[in-house]
Design a protein around this ligand. Structure first.
Ligand SMILES: *Cc1c(COP(=O)(O)O)cnc(C)c1O
Length: 381
């Protein structure tokens, strides 16, 4: 099955009982037992399993080329469940510009429980190797990263992880399973904030995990049931629905992103542009190898914070909001919003200037998006 077909026919999303073509929302907490312990389809209680969630879990498994999938109540819940594979005293290596929520749970929650993390620049994979200690048990990378779209070589990272017996995990949120499949490149676990491209309509918070490793799957399933951060049936249904059009949405997002990036690169009021489609973007060649299209997230720099605010005010089709990966285009200023808690000097050292604007281009008409952003930039100075 090619990917667009898989997005419509993957997983097990029809209903054997009624023949319903769409997955029913099994809004139930518990299930009739014909005799004690005699379950009809193995379902006993909806924290442990729910048919709508199962349909979603088998779909994400198919999309990532895995046998096992898991759905959680948020991306951060999915990440936490994966980190819970580790024991007290274990150490994890993470890319330094990892998603803020991932950084927070690692440094404020798991550290307290005895799981330590080191954050390194994984765009150069030698840095991973030098951060590995005897206690290191996991490598966690997010590529492309936020907001500067830094690219880490998934295959090279997974090779290093295997050599050192680490569990390798990739946060694949920015690419979606349509454009990038880390398990095929050697990673052990792939995860998504499904609140972004997979849901795609700014209406669900959810997280998904997939693995082809049976032992890891068994342990993740145990953690999912034991700690209970499961996704409910209504949200599972919305993700199944979102996935049907994921391929179509990503194609439009990708071509919109390329067009917007081109305009930005040529605009005199733009000082820098960050997008993996640019030939001079660090690790552009790696990205061409490991992904088959482009994320809709683009960052660019204007003169200062006032110029950034002016662009936001003047654009019509870019909604001022955090998050990304939806049908509608979003715009934000990381220094004032998502990255405001990072001290200014640290932020600037990381390349997050006050005039940095982050876009998440949606599926609107390409010409409209380019023209809208261009007229806002033309008005600067
Ligand atoms: C949003 C996001 C998360 C967290 O997901 P939630 O669904 O908001 O909990 C994790 N990783 C990346 C890359 C994200 O963009």
């Amino acid at each position: 099955m090619k990917k667009k077909t898989q997005m419509v026919h993957g997983g097990h999303t029809t209903d054997d009982y009624t023949g319903a073509v769409t997955t029913p929302i099994y809004q139930t907490s518990t299930y009739l037992q014909d005799d004690i312990g005699d379950l009809r389809e193995g379902y006993e209680y909806s924290r442990s399993g729910n048919p709508t969630r199962t349909a979603l879990e088998s779909t994400i498994a198919d999309l990532e080329g895995a046998r096992f999938g898991f759905a959680f109540g948020s991306g951060v819940a999915a990440i936490s469940a994966v980190v819970m594979l580790l024991d007290k005293g274990d150490h994890i290596v993470v890319n330094s510009d990892v998603y803020g929520g991932t950084f927070r749970v690692l440094t404020k929650v798991f550290k307290r429980l005895g799981i330590d993390a080191d954050f390194v620049d994984t765009t150069h994979t030698e840095n991973i190797e030098s951060a590995i200690k005897p206690e290191t048990k996991m490598l966690f990378i997010e590529t492309p990263s936020n907001p500067l779209l830094r690219i880490t070589d998934i295959q090279a990272s997974a090779d290093i992880a295997r050599k050192h017996n680490l569990i390798s995990v990739v946060d694949n949120t920015f690419m979606s399973p349509y454009f990038q499949n880390p398990l095929a490149l050697g990673a052990d676990i792939v995860l998504h904030s499904a609140s972004k491209y997979i849901g795609g309509h700014s209406d669900v918070i959810a997280g998904l995990v997939a693995t082809d490793n049976e032992e890891l799957a068994e342990r993740i399933g145990f953690i999912q049931n034991s700690t209970g951060g499961v996704l409910g049936p209504q949200d599972s249904y919305l993700l199944i629905r979102g996935i049907k059009t994921l391929g179509l949405r990503m194609e439009q997002v990708s071509s919109n992103a390329v067009a917007v990036t081109e305009m930005l690169s040529e605009h005199p009021n733009v000082e820098a542009v960050y997008h993996p489609s640019l030939k001079d973007h660090l690790n552009h060649d790696v990205q061409e190898r490991q992904a088959s299209g482009h994320t809709g997230v683009i960052s660019f720099v204007v003169k200062d914070v006032d110029a950034a605010k002016a662009v936001i005010r003047e654009t019509e089709y870019f909604t001022l909001a955090e998050s990304l990966g939806a049908v509608e285009s979003l715009i934000s200023v990381p220094a004032l919003m998502t990255h405001a808690s990072i001290p200014k000097d640290v932020r600037e050292k990381e390349g997050i200037a006050d005039g940095l604007i982050r876009l998440s281009v949606g599926i609107e008409d390409t010409d409209d998006l380019v023209a809208d952003l261009k007229q806002a930039l033309d008005k600067l100075n």
